[in-house]
Design a protein around this ligand. Structure first.
Ligand code: LMR
Length: 348
């Protein structure tokens, strides 16, 4: 069963300590010391969710494949739970060379200058993860990754968590249920617009602050795939989980471009192959992880879990439909055209 674990306070203090040392290291990195010692290579992989999530497990699989295939010459240090960096500073840390790898959600690229990634946040756009893969594994997905070099990043691949559900201390089944609620969102203009269209007030917060914000009443509710909801113990502070499946949450693995280019072709290949395997493992287990988390929640019995009727889902979908048009100019007309083309092709 999935374990629900938050880092204890003293662990977070140690983490702050580590973050300070990492920032000191970043000064060295910025001064040109990005090249790794000839004998070995250490990759620091930072992310914000628990080990026992699809992302956490994929990172651990990557670590074990890389260390095994390089005979220990390449070491991967995994820092889950935002131990090193949170949503607001991890990209800067990567660009400075204080960490080598991240896997932020696709919703987090807009605020650092890639609004086109927010197309993945459009509500009720994808009918299934297979639809998403047609985008991420096709030319559009590859163009999105290539564009990351604009800000010194190299995109190495995508992987899924799955579909998001809404939570609060009340059922969220139709638009009227959202009236006046403060809903935590990731820093995505599309997700913020989605919440406004439903009548709620979006509050953008880093993932690592979300549970506390829910517990203290700073926000009333949020949206998550169930594995995140469970591993962050949000069920202790949210009485109702509504299975809306209204939007997709997935990730892109990114590295510092300068660091990546400093690696030998052989090391790049080893890392790419290990990553491809780890990401496809992550994709395989994502559904199961979310299903297990739902089962665990049902067994615990402390959260009321609501399944929407087709009519209720339609009302939510209709309420957020204007977001697609309203945010098209932020995402960019050419990206929207490419998206529509790819989805039409998939449907046809
Ligand atoms: C969130 O901030 O809600 C998610 O991006 C967390 C994650 O990485 O799954």
């Amino acid at each position: 069963m999935l374990s629900a674990a938050l880092p204890p306070v003293n662990q977070r203090r140690r983490c702050l300590h580590r973050a300070a040392s990492a920032l000191a290291a970043s000064a060295l990195a910025a001064s040109g010391a990005l090249a790794q010692p000839a004998r070995g290579l250490t990759l620091r992989f930072s992310h914000v969710v628990a080990d026992a999530t699809p992302k956490g497990l994929a990172v651990l699989r990557f670590k074990s494949l890389v260390e095994q295939r390089s005979g220990g010459r390449i070491q991967v240090l995994s820092y889950p739970d935002g131990q090193l960096y949170g949503d607001h500073d991890e990209m800067a840390a990567l660009q400075l060379g204080a960490v080598e790898m991240l896997a932020p959600s696709l919703s987090k690229f807009g605020r650092i200058g890639f609004p086109e990634f927010e197309l993945f946040d459009l509500p009720f756009l994808f009918g299934s993860v297979a639809d998403v893969r047609r985008i991420t594994q096709g030319p559009l997905g590859q163009r999105l990754l290539q564009g990351l070099s604009r800000h010194g990043l190299a995109g190495l691949g995508y992987f899924d968590n799955g579909f998001k559900q809404m939570s609060a201390n009340r059922p969220l089944l139709v638009p009227a249920d959202f009236a006046g609620l403060r809903m935590r969102v990731q820093a995505s203009k599309v997700i913020a617009a989605q919440m406004r269209a439903l009548g709620a007030q979006p509050v953008s917060l880093p993932f690592s602050e979300t549970r506390q914000a829910l517990a203290s009443g700073v926000v009333d509710g949020t949206e998550n795939p169930i594995s995140n909801f469970w591993t962050q113990r949000m069920h202790e502070v949210q009485s109702d989980l509504s299975l809306t499946e209204h939007g997709y949450l997935g990730y892109a693995v990114v590295v510092n471009l300068r660091f990546w280019l400093s690696l030998s072709a052989a090391d790049q290949l080893l890392l790419r192959l290990a990553l491809d395997e780890a990401l496809s493992y992550g994709n395989q287990i994502a559904d199961a992880q979310n299903a297990q988390a739902l089962k665990a929640l049902r067994q615990l019995g402390s959260t009321r879990i609501h399944t929407l009727s087709a009519g209720q889902r339609t009302r939510l979908r209709e309420a957020v439909e204007p977001v697609h048009r309203a945010l098209a100019s932020r995402i960019g007309a050419s990206w929207m055209d490419a998206l529509r083309g790819a989805l039409k092709q998939a449907a046809g």
